[in-house]
Design a protein around this ligand. Structure first.
Ligand SMILES: Nc1ncnc2c1ncn2[C@@H]1O[C@H](COP(=O)(O)OP(=O)(O)OP(=O)(O)O)[C@@H](O)[C@H]1O
Ligand SMILES: [Mg+2]
Length: 615
């Protein structure tokens, strides 16, 4: 709780003056409205009536100065003008309050969203793999909005309540103690009711918010996976699932609104009872001559004014509860430690000699994914990795780019322990094309040029050429300026991979990793891309993960991973002479090729399965 308040205060920094100003402005507006019944009371009692004026001496001397009671009685409009002036003043103060609180709370929200976004950028890979995107979006938008609204409206209302009670009570006590006590009878009751209600409603708000989060998660997931949903004809199931949670959300919101309706209904009733009591007692006392008509008027105006903020208290407290819940959810994000980018301080040149020594690795769940892996490559060599799905190939290359930290053994790059190398520096030297490439909804050019500042047009074209995507791009109406994704062309899986490949080729990384990157392109394009790469980056140490023997066969060293263990390693020539997974897959793929070779028609269409032996 204290931590949350601290967080809140830290985000309010920079706009505290505006918040203070807004609270003072609302206080002054409140005072202006409190003065109006006082003026009316003087007019009724002392200008029209005969009671002597009870007021501070300096105001009295002012009245005497302008002509005393007889002058005022002849010029009743003066009171009217005073009331109008006060109303204008009140309007001005309210305007200032609105302006300042809007500036302060909008800046607050902006600052909070900005820092959330920044923080999310630096959270580790693992966090983003596990968390639900929809839920994060909800936290960064609607939770921030809840807090903003609280600060813009309710927080300032506290100022009003404070000024109201602070100013009204003394005036009332001075005028008539009996009436004051009667006016306050219900106040503790309403206040207590507000607190009890707040406690009850807090959990209702929380579940409603959580359900809303779930709703947006489902929506987000459905929209990103819409193709899968269609492919499996799962629309009806998805619609059911959405309907279910949507209905739940409606029910919860409905329950909340019903609770609120009870609250306002009951507290309305209590307030009216209170006002009724004051009017009854006031009428009696006034008719007995125990209080003046003006005082009676004043009390019946003030009691309404006083009850309002007390009743609002419930609202303020519920909104405070909501804001605290939202704040807690946001705090959870801030509490996630960002990736320590400065794990190692080493920033020496990285050439690409790599040595794995007895490396073992497990994800958080503790299950060993890589077991005792050892191999070494020289700068400029190509390493190919083959293995069944789930055998740990991607995990191995994640270690190499520092996305995860290894548990046992050592990985050395040019003789330096990977752990000792500055993370940012490491990633600037290890270029990786992920298994599932992601393109942004930007132009082809922007997507390719993403990794490098001030990238030149010629570099983009060169990279696109090597990645065998240049000709495809030229066929688009707007060429490299064509937007990708939602707003523009839809690329095929292979085209996407090639754009992602070009994006990596923009920078001349000394270490390159292709995680199954070429699986979606046909064999010939695959070969062409590899040839172009060879020509270009003789010096880069290259890791290629693939299920296609032709892609792997001319590597300097081939690693066969099975169930996290390195079961075979060596060149193509060596491995086809050994019994094992490599030879099995090689024979399978060559047999398939021979079969298809006899039947030329298939060659084009099923390029995915055709494998051509080297040579
Ligand atoms: N973030 C994670 N947390 C826990 N376990 C994971 C995580 N990512 C992957 N795994 C597990 O690690 C194992 C190896 O996964 P990995 O992605 O390295 O396999 P792979 O060899 O690349 O498979 P594929 O050929 O299908 O890409 C799998 O059993 C997988 O379930
Ligand atoms: Mg993989």
């Amino acid at each position: 709780m204290l931590k949350r308040v601290k967080l809140l205060l830290s985000f309010m920094k920079g706009n505290r003056a505006q918040y203070g100003g807004a609270i003072i402005a609302v206080g002054l507006a409140t005072l202006s409205s409190l003065l109006i019944p006082l003026i009316i009371r003087i007019v009724i009692d002392s200008v029209i009536g005969d009671t002597s004026m009870q007021m501070p001496g300096w105001i009295l001397s002012f009245f005497q100065y302008i002509g005393g009671k007889s002058f005022l009685a002849k010029n009743l409009w003066i009171g009217g003008i005073a009331i109008v002036a006060l109303t204008i003043l009140r309007g001005m103060f309210l305007f200032l309050k609105g302006k300042w609180s809007a500036i302060a709370s909008e800046s607050f929200a902006r600052r909070m969203r900005e820092q959330l976004f920044d923080h999310l950028q630096y959270l580790p890979h693992d966090y983003h793999v596990k968390v639900q995107t929809g839920d994060l979006i909800q936290r960064c938008t609607s939770d921030v909005e809840t807090i903003r609204r609280f600060l813009a409206i309710q927080f300032i209302e506290v100022g009003r309540a404070f000024f109201m009670v602070g100013a009204v009570l003394p005036i009332m006590f001075v005028l008539d103690v009996r009436m004051t006590i009667v006016s306050m009878i219900v106040v503790p009751l309403i206040f207590g009711f507000a607190i009890v209600f707040f406690l009850k409603v807090k959990s209702a708000f929380k579940v409603s918010d959580e359900t809303e989060g779930k709703l947006s998660s489902i929506l987000q997931e459905n929209l990103s996976g819409v193709r899968v949903v269609r492919a499996f004809a799962r629309q009806a199931y998805e619609i059911d699932k959405f309907d279910h949670i949507n209905g739940q959300f409606r029910d919860l919101t409905y329950r909340l609104i019903r609770l609120l309706a009870w609250y306002w209904g009951i507290s309305d009733f209590m307030c009216l009872m209170q006002i009724g009591t004051v009017i009854l007692l006031g009428t009696y006392l006034a008719s007995q001559g125990m209080i003046s008509l003006g005082t009676f008027f004043l009390f019946s105006s003030y009691v309404g004014m006083l009850l309002w903020p007390v009743r609002q208290m419930g609202r303020i407290l519920t909104d405070l509860g909501k804001a605290l819940v939202a704040l807690g959810r946001i705090q959870e994000i801030f509490n996630e430690p960002v990736e320590d980018m400065k794990i190692g301080a080493h920033r020496g040149s990285i050439k690409g000699n790599i040595e794995f020594k007895n490396v073992s690795f497990a994800y958080d769940d503790g299950k060993k994914i890589l077991k005792n892996i050892s191999f070494s490559v020289q700068q400029g060599q190509t390493v190919a990795i083959l293995g069944p799905t789930g055998s740990g190939k991607s995990s191995l290359v994640y270690l190499l780019s520092g996305l995860y930290d290894y548990d046992e053994g050592s990985i050395e790059i040019d003789g330096v322990e990977l752990r000792d190398i500055d993370r940012k520096w490491l990633r600037e030297h290890v270029g990786i094309v992920l298994q599932e490439p992601f393109l942004f909804s930007r132009t082809v050019k922007e997507n390719i040029g993403l990794a490098k500042k001030d990238v030149r047009e010629t570099e983009i074209v060169e990279a696109a050429r090597i990645a065998a995507i240049h000709d495809v791009v030229l066929e688009f109406d707007k060429g490299y300026e064509t937007p990708v994704g939602e707003r523009g062309v839809t690329l095929s899986g292979g085209q996407k991979q090639r754009v992602a490949l070009a994006r990596m080729l923009i920078k001349h990384y000394p270490i390159l990793v292709f995680d199954d990157t070429l699986s979606a392109v046909d064999t010939e394009t695959d070969a062409a891309i590899r040839k172009a790469l060879k020509k270009r980056s003789n010096k880069a140490t290259t890791f290629i993960i693939s299920h296609r023997i032709t892609t792997l066969s001319d590597a300097d060293i081939i690693l066969v991973l099975e169930n996290g263990k390195l079961t075979q390693s060596g060149t193509h020539e060596k491995l086809i002479r050994q019994r094992g997974l490599y030879k099995r897959i090689w024979s399978l793929q060559s047999a398939l090729e021979e079969e298809l070779d006899g039947d030329g028609e298939h060659e084009r269409t099923s390029g995915e399965f055709i494998t051509k032996r080297k040579g």
